[in-house]
Design a protein around this ligand. Structure first.
Ligand code: SAM
Ligand code: SF4
Length: 332
């Protein structure tokens, strides 16, 4: 079995899988209010998703992140976690994890633990209930907080993700750091990325994290640490809380040289880079035969096309997103 090494010598060991493009929220920076979703017939079955993920595990994927859309709104999603959990038991897979908006966590936290999930990312951009409802359009902060509490009680390690938005949450990060410190959560701040038409201008939302970091350093002692997840995040340790703080800055820094990941959508499309449109169709080889040889050949061919880096830029005068698909398609 050949492992996945791209033309730039990067070893692909991390697969993110968007299991649905649907969501029970409509976050302003992610979706427009009247999103058109994929017809159900175009979406892979959970069995097909399992087959695809398993092919990637055989080809050397050690870390699998389930995302969306909102993964926990997909019907029967726990059966996918249960099935994928078998790769943890054999040791082929090192980590099975999840990115969620938290709305369904109260229901699923314990089952996730039973399936072998140990760590999850939960997106919370603000702890103010009115602002939370505004930014998510349809979300309810209490429900998310109940979900986070259930996840903590079930023993899951939690990382909070917050998108940094000018004039929205830029003065809340001290409070978020203190909260995460009290609760034992790590925190990652994310710059907005120009993905998909959201019916508004992203330039006004864009807040460089270099500015955020400077402000935070007035109140907290931040020390760079070498911790890497192979992705765009750079981490510091906060001396006062002992927790990690991550900065995801695809626009101000280039992180591509150490990229170890590819992304699969719920239609079986493989994106070799979050910031490029080139993609490979794995649906055809998946459905063309019961064996997995065609599929594995198609994966090899796709990895051979993984680009060197992304083309993200947000600037005035440049209209439209850098890539046309929404983050909910490729799953962030
Ligand atoms: N629904 C889940 C959630 O919100 O965590 C999983 C999918 S969501 C697309 C994954 C992450 O992408 C979330 O943390 C979200 O805040 C982030 N995100 C969505 N659109 C973004 C954008 N345009 N720029 C930066 N981050 C974005
Ligand atoms: Fe849904 Fe997550 Fe996108 Fe918000 S960021 S609309 S929760 S997919």
């Amino acid at each position: 079995m050949t492992e996945m090494i791209d033309p730039f010598g990067r070893h692909v060991s991390y697969l993110r899988v968007s299991v649905t493009d649907r969501c029970d929220f409509r976050c302003h920076y992610c979706m427009s209010e009247d999103m058109a979703f994929l017809p159900k017939r175009d979406v892979l079955s959970l069995e097909e998703l399992d087959r695809l993920c398993s092919a990637f595990v055989r080809k050397g994927v050690k870390k699998l992140r389930i995302t969306g859309g909102e993964p926990l709104v997909r019907r029967n999603i726990m059966s996918l976690f249960e099935n994928l959990g078998r790769h943890l038991k054999t040791g082929a897979l090192e980590e099975l994890t999840l990115t969620t908006n938290g709305s369904q966590l109260a229901r699923f936290a314990e089952q996730l633990v039973e399936c072998g999930v140990r760590r999850i990312n939960v997106s919370v951009d603000t702890r103010d209930p009115a602002k939370f409802q505004h930014i998510t359009r349809w979300g309810n902060l209490d429900k998310v907080m109940d979900g986070i509490a259930a996840a903590k009680a079930a023993g899951l390690q939690i990382k909070i993700n917050a998108v940094a938005l000018r004039e929205f949450n830029e003065h809340e990060f001290d409070d978020m750091i203190a909260w995460c410190g009290d609760e034992g959560f790590d925190l990652t701040l994310i710059e907005t990325m120009p993905m998909g038409d959201i019916g508004g201008d992203r330039v006004d939302q864009y807040l460089p994290l270099s500015t955020v970091r400077q402000r935070l350093e007035e109140n907290w002692t931040l020390t760079d640490i070498p911790f890497r997840s192979g992705g765009p995040a750079r981490y510091v340790e906060i001396a006062e809380t002992g927790r990690k703080l991550g900065f995801i800055t695809p626009l101000t820094h280039n992180f591509c040289e150490s990229c170890n990941r590819v992304r699969l959508t719920c239609t079986g499309t493989l994106y070799m880079c979050l910031g490029q449109d080139d993609a490979a169709n794995l649906l055809e080889p998946l459905r063309a035969s019961e064996g997995d040889q065609l599929l594995e050949d198609a994966i090899d061919e796709a990895i051979g096309r993984k680009p060197k880096g992304h083309d993200f830029v947000i600037e005035r005068g440049r209209s439209g997103p850098a890539v046309s698909r929404h983050m909910s398609v490729t799953g962030g």
